[in-house]
Each structure stands twice: as structure tokens, then as C-alpha cells.
Design a protein around this ligand. Structure first.
Ligand SMILES: [Zn+2]
Length: 268
């Protein structure tokens, strides 16, 4: 009977991951941001992308044809390795984002319990099935690359969604922002913007290959939310509305312009 290669592969993958995660400047910076109370969901996105990229690199380095039977990542091997390592990323990222949400809640004076994302087992199964259906792992290395990063980043989205759902059920009015990252295609440009949680586009959490656009949520000042969502495409009209509403509250009107409309999450 052939030797079970999974335990030793897992050991190597885990120790290489831990080593690189520990040395990562981006992960260190994210930890500091949390400690100093400056972390946001943007920081959580950076944290997740970095954790995803480290894992993707380590998986590709160790799950090579030369170290696998028949150059193939058999289902039984893929399942055990990817379940464990992707779940580990889930624990890391969902733990970090829960801390971020706790911080944001405190800053906003919201006494609501933090909601943790649920592990998306379907996505893990999808990667396992896809990669194990291929006869030659070296020809489909990409499956262990972008989909792994994408999975890890989606943990942040799932955390945002769980908390917005909970906070809206508690009577708050969550506003979600999708921001462009890197070279933006038309699809991403069209999707970027500020949205009312009750009126999200279907694709708000979707990413095409190599897309690192971020979804952000900040409860801001708690109950008094900035309600300027992408629905208002006319910045002048939005500014007029802002001025009008500011009269009633005696506050400085919110400054609304095209770029801000697309970039800022919530006003404080
Ligand atoms: Zn994008």
C-alpha cells in the first residue's frame, strides 16, 4: 500500500504558511492598525488578500506534479489539504474581521453583538472538485492561485454581509461601498459606488479573475447614516439635498461630488 502523503504535505504547507505570515509586513501592519484603533474593512481586505496570496503561493509550491501520484491532485488528497488550509484562512480572516467590526461598533457607539461569517463550504468544495478533475496538476496551477485568494477575500464580504443584515434588522441603516482596485474594467467601474444595504446590486460581492476590488462597510456614527447612495447620479442634486437636510440638523452640509460619491463610505 502506498504511503499516505497528506500528513507530511500538510505539515510542510502549514509551517511554510506560518513562517511567511509571520514575516509579512502587510499582516504586521494590519495587526498594528487593529491595536491602534485605526483598522477598517479596507484593512481587513488587505489582510485577507495577503493571507490568500501567501496560501496560494505555498499550495502551488507544494502541490506539484512531481510530488504527487500520477502528477494528479486526487480528490482524496485535494479534499483533505484544501479543507484544512482554506478553513485555517477562514479562521484567520474571520477572526480579524470580527475584531474590526467590534472596533467599528465601539467607535460608532453601537452596542450590537458582532456577527461572524459562516464558512462557505460550497466554495471550498468547488475548488476541490475543479482541481481534482484535472489529469495534470501542473497544467492547472491557476486553480490554486486566484480562486484561493478570491475565496479568502470573500470571507471579508461574508462578514460585512452578516453584520449589515444584523444591524439593519436592529433598525440601523447600513451603507456599503464598493471600491475599484487596480486597473478597472468596465464591469468593475459600473459596480463601484455607495449602496443602501436594502438596495444592493446582485453582483456587489462578485469578483472576476484577478479582481481585487473591495467592499467596505463602516457603521460610521451609528444611527445617523450618510444616505447618499449611488442612486443619486447627479452630484448637484445630491449636494442640494445635503444642504437642505443640513439646515434641519444645524450641521455642516456633507460635501458631495462625483469622486467622493464613489469613494467615501459613510460620513462621520
Ligand atoms: Zn474589480
Amino acid at each position: 500500500m502506498a504511503e499516505d502523503i497528506v500528513p507530511s504535505l500538510l505539515k510542510t504547507i502549514n509551517s511554510q504558511f506560518d513562517e511567511q505570515a509571520k514575516a509579512s509586513k502587510k499582516l504586521q501592519a494590519a495587526a498594528r492598525a487593529l491595536k491602534s484603533g485605526k483598522a477598517t474593512y479596507q484593512t481587513a481586505n488587505t489582510f485577507a488578500i495577503e493571507a490568500g496570496e501567501i496560501l496560494a503561493k505555498v499550495l502551488q509550491r507544494n502541490l506539484k506534479g512531481a510530488s504527487l501520484p500520477d502528477q494528479k491532485l486526487y480528490f482524496n488528497i485535494a479534499q483533505r489539504i484544501l479543507n484544512e488550509t482554506l478553513s485555517k484562512n477562514f479562521d484567520l480572516v474571520s477572526g480579524y474581521t470580527a475584531d474590526v467590526q467590534k472596533l467599528l461598533n465601539e467607535q460608532a457607539g453601537i452596542g450590537l453583538e458582532v456577527q461572524k461569517a459562516m464558512l462557505n463550504q460550497d466554495r471550498i468544495d468547488g475548488i476541490v472538485n475543479r482541481v481534482s478533475s484535472e489529469p495534470d496538476i501542473d497544467k492547472v496551477k491557476w486553480i490554486l492561485d486566484d480562486p484561493v485568494v478570491n475565496f479568502t477575500q470573500s470571507i471579508v464580504d461574508d462578514s460585512i454581509d452578516a453584520n449589515c443584515k444584523f444591524q439593519s434588522a436592529a433598525g440601523l441603516h447600513p451603507i456599503i461601498t464598493r471600491r475599484l482596485v487596480g486597473k478597472a474594467c468596465k464591469w468593475c467601474s459600473d459596480l463601484a459606488g455607495v449602496y443602501d444595504y436594502f438596495d444592493l446590486p446582485d453582483d456587489i460581492y462578485r469578483r472576476h479573475e484577478r479582481c481585487r476590488c473591495t467592499v467596505d462597510y463602516n457603521p460610521g456614527s451609528g444611527k445617523r447614516q450618510n444616505v447618499w447612495t449611488k442612486k443619486w447620479r447627479d452630484p448637484e442634486q445630491a449636494q442640494k439635498l445635503a444642504n437642505r437636510l443640513a439646515i434641519g440638523t444645524g450641521e455642516k452640509p456633507l460635501s458631495i461630488n462625483k469622486t467622493e460619491q464613489n469613494r467615501t463610505a459613510t460620513s462621520r
